[in-house]
Ligand binder design. Structure first.
Ligand code: PRX
Length: 635
């Protein structure tokens, strides 16, 4: 019997050792005992990080939706699978049972098929946090179509780039979305995007806000009437273990977003196994992850991981501040939430409101608190622990990435003693390594370096859609035979890991990964701008905010700087989305550059951090004189 559910620290160490010494035996046992296979594998793992090529459970056949839905019908048909909490607290929550989910997913799958979607086709899903989003995801998986969910806060340009990158033939969207007191015209954004997406044949539109929308003849159709007519039985397509399940885009330090490709069997096994252990989920618990399904956290820990375990998973449409900052706690009380998983940026925003709104609600149902997406600072950790958990619910600070598919470094609650700001120990099967500048592995404890993973795990992304070379260059070239995460980390005296942050040009703002290059590209589109550079600086709620240094073209005219700042942020909103707006924009005559023309971001970062005591040797710069000028005018 494999150790599917770890319950104490000795067991963790024992299972961890086994997972490292005999990874294939270990994962074979987990996969064999806890999932539904149409055919089992011939080979558990083959891998070569130099290519890179990673295959788990080769030869196996399955459909992930049979694991997420069908197999629960004999035991929990009437249990709530998805608990939908609407934006407006006066609108009734919707309990979708496993049986209802089965029928709704199958109906949607039949609609997709009737519109010509076939196994392997890509479908873009641009839907807010309403049940149709999860249902569309599962419907794609049911028929073997590859879903590409785009967060419904991205702009039309960002959406178009993602649709075209993987040639989606269909887009699923809604007439609009609610976001607190505001509504957003999602269909209008899709229409704009599709002006530059000739490959899209069909747009299916769910009704949510009863917005007036334009429906393009021959392309756009309302979803509801199609669902009504569709049969509620759709046989699951039999998939190979390594068939792609989905593409999810993440920012890179340069250029185009990267379409990370996740495949079927390994992703399923790892997300299910981590979900069970990291949240210590037990039958009957109500689990709530506040992320959006547009991000990896939502894919793995709202949809696939929980449903594979027959859990009740809450889907929340709204925002933490509506109708007031007590909303999260009101929902915890109302649905008796047992596991609550959120981001440090939300915790900091709520902590700012004080503890009164927390005390108003009964949070005694909570057993586990989770944090994800960025380092959680000590103050936020304590606030969360004291006020929400009442020092009774362990906090799992879970480190992972879009690329890793599942949680990698984390405490196991009630098993691993926690330590504020530490993600603590590698999860079962994960073999981290810290590397120094000379690409040597740092052995022993009390060391700090670049975080790599030495051995494959089942849910790692297999490639970047359409660009395997970029996958190799980004993740497997910095350190030989290792996956490089892009993060720095330290290992303390007992072997606990603390993530210190990105070491590349990705900045995490409110838990969202933002590459500097795409933002700079957007700014440079402004007719008055000649060059720009973006860095991050500490922000008490967002974790980091963006600071832009902008050189204006020498056109002789003097423009109002405040207006220019607004226009620059407007362009960023159009190209990427409001999350990438700059908090500070400094106009400057020049940017510090090396002799080879590379912008010295290290210096710009220090100025933005107001830490100019030690700028290092700037005499080797091409233009050392600009540094003083930038410091004198810093914001
Ligand atoms: O820098 C790390 C940070 O978020 C990055 C991954 O972002 P993304 O692919 O959007 O996935 C976020 C949700 C899994 C990482 O490279 N990060 C994520 N979790 C943590 C974290 N940094 C510190 N502590 C964490 N718990």
């Amino acid at each position: 019997m494999s150790n599917y559910h770890i319950k104490h620290l000795e067991e963790y160490y024992q299972v961890y050792r086994k997972s490292v010494r005999e990874p294939e035996n270990f994962w074979e046992e987990v996969a064999g005992e806890h999932f539904l296979w149409r055919k089992k594998w011939n080979n558990v793992l083959s891998w070569d990080f130099s290519k890179p090529e990673i295959k788990w459970f080769e030869g196996a056949q399955l459909n992930i939706t049979e694991n997420c839905i069908d197999r629960h019908l004999t035991t929990r048909a009437d249990q709530t699978a998805i608990l939908f909490e609407p934006n407006d607290p006066s609108e009734k929550a919707e309990h979708i049972t496993y049986k209802q989910l089965y029928h709704r997913v199958n109906k949607m799958a039949n609609v997709l098929k009737s519109k010509g979607v076939q196994k392997g086709d890509r479908v873009c899903i641009y839907v807010p946090m309403i049940p149709e989003l999860a249902i569309a995801v599962l419907a794609c998986a049911r028929i073997g179509a590859v879903h590409s969910v785009v967060f419904a806060g991205f702009s039309s340009t960002a959406l178009a780039t993602r649709i075209n990158d993987c040639d989606c033939k269909m887009v699923i969207t809604s007439d609009g979305s609610y976001r607190g007191a505001k509504t957003i015209d999602l269909k209008g954004i899709v229409d704009d995007a599709l002006e530059s997406c000739p490959g899209v044949e069909t747009v299916l539109v769910a009704k949510r806000i009863n917005n007036e929308v334009t429906m393009k003849d021959g392309r756009d159709e309302w979803l509801e009437p199609l669902l009504e007519q569709a049969s509620d039985e759709c046989p699951a397509e039999i998939m190979k273990a390594e068939d792609p399940l989905f593409i999810l885009y993440t920012s890179g330090s340069t250029g185009q977003p990267k379409g990370m490709v996740h495949t079927t069997a390994g992703y399923m096994v790892y997300t299910a196994y981590t979900f069970k252990n990291v949240f210590q989920y037990r039958d009957g618990d109500v689990y709530w992850c506040t992320a959006d399904i547009g991000w990896i956290t939502g894919h793995s820990y709202i949809v696939y991981g929980p449903l594979c375990n027959g859990a009740t998973t809450v889907m929340f449409e709204g925002v933490p501040s509506y109708p007031d900052f007590g909303r999260f706690w009101e929902i915890v009380q109302k649905h008796q939430v047992n596991q609550f998983y959120t981001a440090p940026t939300a915790i900091r925003a709520l902590a700012k409101q004080g503890s009164e709104l927390v005390e108003k609600y009964d949070l005694s149902s909570l057993k586990v608190l989770g944090s994800v997406g960025e380092p959680i600072n000590e103050e936020a950790w304590h606030w969360y622990n004291d006020n929400v958990g009442k020092k009774n619910s362990p906090i799992v600070d879970t480190w992972w990435q879009t690329e890793t598919g599942g949680i990698m470094i984390t405490p196991i609650p009630y098993v691993t003693p926690t330590k504020p700001t530490y993600a603590t120990l590698p999860f079962i099967g994960i073999q981290p390594a810290l590397m120094d500048e000379n690409a040597e592995e740092l052995k022993g404890n009390q060391v700090e370096g670049r975080l790599c993973i030495k051995f494959p795990w089942p849910s790692m992304a297999r490639t970047i859609w359409g660009n395997h070379q970029r996958y190799k260059d980004t993740y497997f070239s910095a350190f030989e035979n290792k996956y490089f995460t892009g993060d720095g980390a330290l290992r303390d005296e007992v072997g606990y890991y603390r993530i210190t942050g990105r070491v590349d040009d990705v900045i995490i703002v409110s838990g969202h990964n933002l590459g500097t290059a795409p933002i700079e590209d957007a700014i440079n589109e402004h007719p008055a701008v000649s060059e720009s550079a973006i860095v991050g600086f500490p922000h008490d709620v967002k974790g980091n905010a963006l600071y832009g240094y902008v050189i204006l073209k020498d056109t002789g005219e003097t423009r109002n700087h405040d207006n220019l700042r607004k226009e620059i942020n407007q362009i960023i909103t159009e190209h990427i989305g409001p999350i990438a707006k700059l908090d500070k924009i400094q106009f400057t005559q020049g940017l510090p550059k090396t002799r080879s023309g590379k912008i010295m971001r290290r210096i710009l970062r220090k100025i933005a951090h107001k830490d100019t005591s030690n700028l290092g040797d700037i005499s080797t710069l091409l233009n050392p004189e600009v540094v003083q000028d930038i410091m004198d005018n810093a914001l």
